[in-house]
Design a binder for this molecule. Sequence first.
Ligand code: BDP
Length: 712
Amino acid sequence: MFMRFAAALGLLLAMVTPLHAETGYELWLRYRPVEPQYKSQYAVTTLVAGQASPTMDVALSELRRGLSNMLGTVPAPENNVSADGAVVVGTPQSSSVIAALGLPLQQLGGEGYLIRGVTISGHKAIAIAANSDAGVLYGAFAFLRLIQTRQPITALNVISVPKTKIRIIDHWDNANGTIERGYAGQSIWNWRSLPEYLPPRLTDYARADASIGINSAVLNNVSAEAVFLTEPYIEKEAAIASLLRTYGIRTYLSVRWSAPIEIGHLKTADPLDPAVKAWWKTEVDAIYRAIPDFGGFVVKANSEGQPGPGDYHRTHADGANMIADVLAPHHGMIFWRAFVYSDDRKSDRAGQAYKEFVPLDGKFRDNVVIQVKNGPLDFQPREPFSPLFGAMPKTSVMLEMQMTKEYLGQTTHLVYMGPLFEEALKSDTYEHGPGSTIARVTDGSLDHHAFSGLAGVANVGSDQDWSGSIFNQANWYVFGRMAWDVDISARDVAAEWAKQTFVNDPAFVNPVVSMMMGSREAAVNYMTPLGLVLIMSHDDHFGPAPWDEKGDRADWKAPYYHHAAADGIGFDRTATGSNMAAQYNPPLREEFEDATKTPDQYLLFFHHVPWDFKTRSGRSLWDELVTHYRLGVTQVEEMQKAWSSLGAYVDKERFDQVSAFLAIQHREAIWWRDASLAYFQQYSKQPFPAGYAPKYSLSYYEAMPPNTSPDP
Ligand code: BDP
């Protein structure tokens, strides 16, 4: 009753007091004042800290900023607890008050934290404790999150330990300031003014990463330029690294395999050539002189035209191990990407990584991690998981996902990636029977690896709102939260994000969470239902283009993936086709081999089926395809409807952005539906349901100029 009254009051207040314009720059760290009715439960009077350090200082300044903004009073700094309401912060080493509490900190490891209600000298206090300064920083952010999401803070006993060691954000940033597959402006690293000038924006970037537990950052594009390994650039990277370090973040670089030739003037980059190894050693030593806690390298080799050890008839293990040996004395890691495929028209691209990597299982050094995208092809709206998970027990394998929505509507489409990430993490590989999920592969526990981690491709750029849209920020947020806790639910994270980014009122949060949770499925429906993949236009990966034959390689052409013809549609990956389905462990192998057992959502990924194939719904394949495309558009309409009723809770600027983007998404969902169906219908020759014939001819859709979509 009280809650309902409070909610109604909040709404009333929101309607009479115009909400301040917001740009989105503050992300989820807005720290808006706590409503009067909640204020009494957050009585914080003093901040008690011990010995200073750069990281401890930022933890304290974040607490001061957050608490004073939310509660209206600046907590006084004290050395001891002398009244109720103290927040005591530190490690046993930095703070004698924390040390005296004898808290059970062993279980926290290096980065975990504990937040607990305690009594000190007869006064009620809250301890935020950890074994490291970075752990304290994470605890500080978690404490502020509790208040931002209006959780009670009396009788707290929170213990949080990250389930992965490396939570790494991959920037695909180039030296010229552009970002590969970036949809939020230019790179935030301003190479020209580095190393002298670090704009405040970089501090805010580091705060945002730290607030969600990200502890590692790759500064440059996986399709790497050698220039990032030159001396002047190392100096610039060192400047960034020193800022990130304060926030508990380690710096990594993507390296170009042929750098020894391009900047080292060697004749070869053969990993078994001693001169090549010597070059890498000199290079790595120079990096560690500048960045003593440098994390290591990411390598994209022999993929999409990038050079690699394969150019010298060496294996990925030969290549990875050579650099791993050079990094090992510095405790550096190498993340070797499994996103490889050759221009071999006869073999199935989806099965190539497995064929190249599985025979190498057990041959990699301990500091090599194989970094595998969630799907066997690319970052599609939906794919089955890559069969490399569950197939390399003797190797550390890490999951890589995309925050930037390259194939999911980029800037304008509201697609929350939480459900996709969760689906990937929960996928069962059956490596050791049921429960052998990708979460257990990437957290290292399935095969008892010391390494654990999660990688995500950034969606961060120079745009005022960082991610190109307000809702895209949620994808950065959920990546960090899931990297910390691979078992957290996408729904809980969505609610947490919505409360902090907008407002706590359930009348707002509930519909927004529903929108977010349904948004990924909506995109699958209007783009690539029933297991279709890679039918986006070839260059920008944006609009529908199942007809697209552009691209020099067979496997860069859309028809390679859908095989639509008079006899049916879909890619046969069973024994009668590429046999890629056999790469999965049983019982999945049997499931994917049989069209009647394969879940509809993967049907056309594994099978070429006739247009009248009976799907699980009882409908023919054609009717089912039409049903999904139509549903996708309806789901966007429902999102529009839900959002349109929430104007009272959001400042006009952000409300209008979301409304406008939803309108664009709606128009483009119709475009996707109609263009795709117009294309497939020429093969199916089946009728459209009444009222659903595409408005334009197929040739009209094919001729859409870039950056336009048809009038619905
Ligand atoms: C593809 C992107 C391409 C990336 C590649 C990769 O289109 O820009 O370089 O992935 O991950 O999806 O290496």
